[in-house]
Design a protein around this ligand. Structure first.
Ligand code: AMP
Length: 284
């Protein structure tokens, strides 16, 4: 089956309807494009589990809290489509802003509490924009399964909760973070990093690894974990740690005593690039 790229919602409905009538399971991988292996892993997983895989490519304006980030976000739909074709994707949905938002959007999806901390605290409106566009994509595609990366753990938790709270008949599948050889989480924004910044960026992962190691070796005081891990971040003008927190793995609430599985999550600025990462920590 040859992969197609469509821009119209009606075309998506038509192609997905055809696949569904053939009894295929429909998988959706929502992305903002600028594909890397992290996206690739989601597509491979979808292709292994679904008979018809849709990848959406849409840089969603309503989830950006900074206009400059929206403007500079890397965009190259043609090479993204080639990448998708190599991963067994059947349909790429690449709508314009006008197609997704033909009139002022008056309906929004807000997931409370889970969005109070971590990125939610620093990016006003971000998760409202994410939950709204994901629910629109779910309404357009009607997937059986949707694939999201653990790299954006708070986003994954928000989408899972939205689907449960709003009774959407969709299975949400989380896929482990894909990393560069040295451990840096792959991200579309990594292209903005200069060579020196690339080196500094790695310190976020190293701090999270240190935190994970402390928890593994029995440290149960979250504040101590954070304090120790933060020491790994170099004190340089180009680097600014935005947050480093220990949260419970489901509700994304900060906890003081690590008595259940947690995520240590961080956000860091390197120059004008904002990076996020997180690691899951089991408690023995
Ligand atoms: P984005 O295009 O950045 O919005 O990401 C689209 C999807 O890919 C989201 O579900 C992300 O969580 C996921 N993703 C991004 N980077 C990675 C990564 N390094 N490993 C796994 N999944 C990722």
């Amino acid at each position: 089956m040859k992969m197609e790229v469509v821009e119209a919602i009606a075309a998506v409905r038509e192609r997905v309807g055809g696949a569904r009538s053939e009894g295929r399971r429909i998988g959706l991988v929502p992305t903002m494009g600028a594909m890397h292996e992290g996206h690739g892993r989601l597509m491979e997983r979808a292709a292994a589990e679904c008979g018809f895989v849709v990848v959406s490519i849409f840089v969603n304006p309503i989830q950006f809290d900074r206009p400059s980030d929206y403007q500079s976000y890397p965009r190259d739909v043609a090479s993204d489509a080639d990448y998708c074709a190599g991963k067994g994707v059947h349909l790429v949905f690449s709508p314009s802003v006008e197609e997704m938002y033909p009139r002022p959007q008056r309906s929004f999806v807000e997931v409370t509490a889970l969005t109070d901390h971590l990125c939610g605290r620093f990016r006003p409106g971000h998760f409202r924009g994410v939950a709204t566009v994901v629910s629109k994509l779910f309404g357009i595609v009607g997937p059986d399964c949707a694939y999201f990366g653990e790299k954006d753990a708070q986003q994954l938790a928000v989408v899972r909760r939205m689907v449960r709270d709003l009774n959407m008949p969709i299975e949400v599948i989380g896929v482990p973070t894909v990393r560069e050889a040295d451990g840096l989480a792959m991200s579309s924004r990594n292209v903005h990093l200069g060579p020196e910044e690339r080196g500094l960026a790695l310190s976020l992962y190293r701090a999270l690894r240190h935190a994970q190691g402390l928890v593994a070796s029995g440290e149960r005081d979250a504040a101590r974990v954070v304090k120790e891990a933060a020491k790994i971040i170099p004190s340089q003008a180009a680097v600014k740690l935005e947050y480093l927190e220990v949260v419970d793995a489901e509700e994304m609430q900060p906890i003081a005593k690590i008595d259940r599985p947690v995520r240590v999550a961080g956000a860091m600025w390197v120059g004008s690039t904002r990076l996020i990462d997180n690691l899951f920590c089991e408690v023995g």
